[in-house]
Design a protein. Sequence first.
Length: 171
Amino acid sequence: MWAKNKQSGFTIVELLIVIVVIGILAAITVVAYNGIQSRANDTAVQSDLTNIAKKYELYKVDNDTYPFGGTLSLGAAFKINISKNAYDITKPYQLLNCTSSSSPGTDFAVLAVSKSGKKFYVSSNASGSVKEYTATDVWLSLSTCVNVLAGSAGNGAGYDSTNGWRAWTSL
């Protein structure tokens, strides 16, 4: 009798199937991770805006005005911790303060964009609640303030591409 040589192992088809299944699972994991990371950035930006609104209100209680101009530029009397990694700093303005053009310090709005691309704002007119901005205009140019807070102007960027993070945005 002839002895048959049987070799055990996987066929090429079986190996290809395993590789395809692993690839599909990896793709699903990456997509899920990116979604979770985007939501985390959005939540961090919304939390920052809520904290900034509270800080504005506390500053007004002490000083009878909302912070603007030099107060924001120098950061001496007004500092707030923000989640800097949640912002996409490839854009010109990612965090922008707005105040009344004719009467600075009487109102405020703070605009922000998360790394996910979602746009948010908080203002003295909105009772400190964070809202998502869904209009299609150019976002976070100095003229955007008017779209959120009528009669206002850009008054200090938390970040701009020329100067980086400002003094009032501490770690």
